[in-house]
Ligand binder design. Structure first.
Ligand code: 13P
Ligand code: SF4
Length: 419
């Protein structure tokens, strides 16, 4: 059965963060709210469907009919197609995934099936781009709905980062110090466009994910005096703080202000310059929610994703990437009450998979990642049927020059943090 947002609300009776989400899925998909999905430098595939233009035949199919189409297409395609799914995907998609994981695990998974001619990526745009960069030239990567972007990734664009970089080189110079350390090392979160990963590749920088950010920052500080971290200020700040860097030495860099809005003294002491990006799902978690969980369930455990604001991470018992949250839940004794600060589809799934524990989302308002939510079985059936007919639909193709430089930064991450 296909769960709509209304089923999620029924499972945890409450309000929803965006009224548009309560619309039937294909109508929601036509809503011109956030969800461009594509990075600026994308090669737009052909054929492509625009938002809300999935062929009507697929929009009208019942969940059972869609399931039949997906299963039949997968049987025909066999091992020629591998399906990767992020933990935030809805259950109706997760059940078809060959690999389910966090963004780091999925980047690695893209490398493990070199014989599959097509990788169908059920996640968001930057993840599919990464799979295209890491997979072989013969492999095609498909994102079933091209409107599945990431609003945080789009908060750092290439022009703004280029301009910030120029300014930083003027402030700090471009020559290494007496220990051979560069003035600034750029570090981009995986949740960024391929163009920004390429920027890092060209400028001695690296990519990180939420599961390896501290190892990557250590790599960066072995090579540089300070770091420019984008787009997620919270992951940067939380990771830096856990490494012992004082908050005053992690100023924000506002691209619309001279010197990022900082004075000379702050810039001289800075260790991490934090871009002003954030995740709209994780910024909703608050210390008051944690206090309430503890008041309602004395002794409960609280774990949050490190994209949450620093006071929330500090107040929680633990923080971790999506796979880290899974591992934390597994380690708890039966009977434990666990409040989780991350995306609702994943929290509901962990709760269902661990009936011996009481698990709930810290946020009482249902707030899924609205772009992950755009991958619906209708789109999956449509792209798989296309493959059966010999047509690659919604292919993600990263420009060759960008892919080459982005791969350098990704490979630095994979080498710095062996799986
Ligand atoms: P993970 O790397 O933990 O899977 O997180 C990706 C993401 O987008 C979280 O919002
Ligand atoms: Fe992007 Fe936030 Fe969705 Fe993750 S949960 S994909 S950071 S919008």
């Amino acid at each position: 059965m296909t769960l709509s947002i209304n089923d999620l609300i029924a499972a945890q009776p409450t309000e929803v963060c965006d009224a548009d989400l309560t619309q039937p899925i294909f109508e929601f998909d036509g809503v011109a709210t956030y969800g461009p999905g594509a990075s600026k430098d994308d090669v737009i595939p052909d054929p492509v469907i625009r938002r809300g233009q999935l062929p009507v035949e697929y929009q009208k199919m019942t969940p059972e009919e869609l399931d039949g189409r997906i299963v039949a297409a997968r049987e025909k395609l066999g091992e020629d197609v591998v399906l990767l799914g992020h933990y935030y995907q809805r259950d109706e998609i997760v059940k078809y995934a060959d690999f389910l994981g966090d963004s780091y695990q999925l980047a690695n998974a893209a490398l493990t099936k070199p014989k599959a001619s097509t990788i169908v990526f059920c996640g968001v745009h930057f993840m599919a781009e990464t799979a295209d960069i890491l997979s072989s030239d013969e492999q095609a990567v498909i994102l079933p709905n091209l409107a599945a972007g990431c609003s945080m990734a789009d908060m750092a664009d290439e022009e703004s980062v280029d301009a910030a970089w120029e300014e930083l080189l003027e402030i700090y110079g471009s020559e290494p110090d007496e220990n051979g350390k560069q003035p600034v090392v750029p570090v981009t979160y995986m949740n960024s466009s391929a163009a920004l990963k390429a920027f890092c590749g060209r400028n001695g920088g690296i990519v990180c994910t939420s599961s390896n950010a501290s190892a990557v920052l250590e790599w960066a500080f072995e090579r540089g005096q300070r770091v420019l971290f984008f787009p997620d200020q919270h992951l940067g700040r939380n990771t830096g703080k856990a490494m012992g860097i004082p908050v005053e030495q992690m100023p924000m860099w506002n691209p619309y202000k001279a010197k990022g809005g900082n004075d000379d003294e702050t810039l001289a002491a800075a260790k991490i310059l934090l871009w002003h990006g954030f995740c709209s799902v994780h910024k909703r978690f608050t210390v008051a929610q944690i206090d309430k969980a503890r008041a309602d369930y004395p002794g409960c455990k609280v774990i949050v994703h490190p994209e949450s604001p620093m006071p929330v991470v500090d107040a929680a018992d633990a923080s971790g990437s999506t796979s880290g949250i899974y591992a934390f839940v597994e380690k708890q004794e039966p009977g434990t009450v666990i409040a989780i600060g991350t995306e609702i589809n994943m929290v509901n799934r962990i709760a269902a998979e661990h009936p011996d524990k009481t698990i709930f989302c810290l946020d009482p308002v249902v707030c899924p990642c609205s772009t992950m939510y755009r991958i619906h079985p209708g789109y999956l059936a449509w792209v798989l049927d296309g493959l059966v007919e010999g047509e690659v639909r919604n292919q993600i193709v990263v420009d060759e020059d960008i892919a080459r430089d982005a791969k350098v930064a990704l490979e630095r991450m994979l080498a710095a943090v062996p799986s």
